[in-house]
Design a protein around this ligand. Structure first.
Ligand SMILES: NC(=O)c1ccc[n+]([C@@H]2O[C@H](COP(=O)([O-])OP(=O)(O)OC[C@H]3O[C@@H](n4cnc5c(N)ncnc54)[C@H](O)[C@@H]3O)[C@@H](O)[C@H]2O)c1
Length: 339
């Protein structure tokens, strides 16, 4: 049984608690929040012990995994301290996205996890859906041939104006991760951004991408659209075929160049992903399975290194915008961080 503690039980930490407590291979033993009532509410609901200080929690409890759902500046400013405490204590860690809004801190988290040989992963939940698994399977089977281009769109409504880069750093860990999941590392970016009327932040972005493989791509992002309509679209094309994914997990269609017969996957209302929140379940269940199976830290899926690589792309896009649309090289991140 994998013993789990959730740190930060606001909106998203509550979802973590629900899915860890439903996982038959996990036991939610402790929760921690600076706000006592929040921790106590989760203790009352699921039975773990409640704490307001995670160092006290780690001293008192036997814990294998710490799941961090704090927030902070650009939704990632509060992740570093609890992540470092957990890694230093030798725990495996799942951290919400962005791994950190501060690239130096993100690099340090990944370096430290490698040094301590603990598993560090991030909640990059958009890739943990059957539609994405099917796309990955067809790419690996060679059904798309050599990848040529990708088009990604992720747009929701978020009026938060707390930082000029809030939209980039808080939302696009997801879209960049899906792009990297299908096509690997991104080598160069070039960004143009705009502001919706009345907004002060760069709330809409258009980003050109060049992958290390030579494939090219594009990401459209916005905090100015409506969450009630489809939020995400992904298209991946090679010299043998092309697939599209509508709205994270709703529809998958593969178009082979040499055939009229398509491969279509529709999210089933009976057995499919029931709601967006279930992408958290898929991600958390996969994490617990990899921990239980003893998967090596460098082989973990949607790892800290993957999250860092995505954040490096975002920082490069921000620099491009700051430099009037200059083409920016993205620093490479090794899965086996060189110490
Ligand atoms: N993966 C996704 O699809 C997805 C979707 C939305 C949000 N998120 C992410 O989830 C995270 C949490 O967002 P939220 O809306 O739940 O935030 P929130 O503000 O509702 O909750 C954060 C909680 O963390 C607690 N906290 C902060 N520092 C702490 C510490 N050192 N120890 C213990 N508790 C601490 C706060 O008291 C608060 O209760 C963010 O990083 C956000 O980006 C992910």
């Amino acid at each position: 049984m994998v013993k789990v503690a959730v740190v930060g039980v606001g909106n998203i930490g509550k979802i973590h608690c629900r899915y860890y407590s439903q996982n038959p291979d996990a036991e939610l033993v402790a929760v921690c929040d600076l706000i006592e009532e929040r921790a106590q509410a989760m203790a009352d609901l699921y039975g773990p012990r409640a704490y307001t200080d995670m160092e006290v929690m780690l001293q008192k409890e036997e814990i294998d995994v710490v799941s961090i759902a704090t927030a902070g500046k650009e939704n990632g400013g509060d992740h570093f301290d609890p992540a470092v405490i957990a890694i230093e204590a030798g725990k495996d860690v799942l951290v919400e996205k962005p791994i950190s809004n501060n690239i130096e801190q993100a690099r340090e988290m990944v370096r430290l996890a490698a040094e301590r040989n603990v598993r560090l992963v991030s909640n990059l939940n958009h890739r943990f859906v059957p539609a994405a698994y099917k796309g990955k399977e067809l790419i690996q089977k060679g059904d798309l041939g050599s990848l040529l281009f990708l088009n990604m769109k992720l747009t929701i409504q978020n009026p938060n104006e707390t930082s000029p880069w809030f939209h980039l750093r808080a939302l696009h860990p997801h879209s960049v991760d899906v792009l990297r999941y299908f096509a690997g590392d991104i080598k160069r970016v070039q960004a143009f951004m705009t502001k919706a009327p009345g907004r002060e932040i760069w709330s809409t972005a258009s980003i050109n991408l060049e992958f290390a493989s030579g494939a090219v791509g594009h990401l459209t992002g916005s905090y100015d659209m409506a969450g009630r309509h489809p939020i995400e679209y992904c298209e991946v094309a090679g010299d043998k075929g092309r697939f599209t994914i509508d709205n994270v997990y709703e529809n998958f269609t593969f178009y082979p160049h040499e055939s009229d017969e398509l491969v279509v996957l529709r999210n089933s209302i009976m057995t499919g992903v029931g709601s967006f929140q279930e992408t958290f379940k898929n991600r958390i269940d996969h994490f617990i399975k990899q921990v239980k199976d003893g998967v090596a830290p460098s082989e973990m899926e949607a790892s800290g290194a993957d999250a860092l690589a995505g954040q490096e792309v975002i920082e490069a896009a921000i620099r491009s915008q700051q430099e009037n649309g200059a083409v920016i090289d993205v620093p490479a991140v090794s899965k086996e961080i060189v110490l």
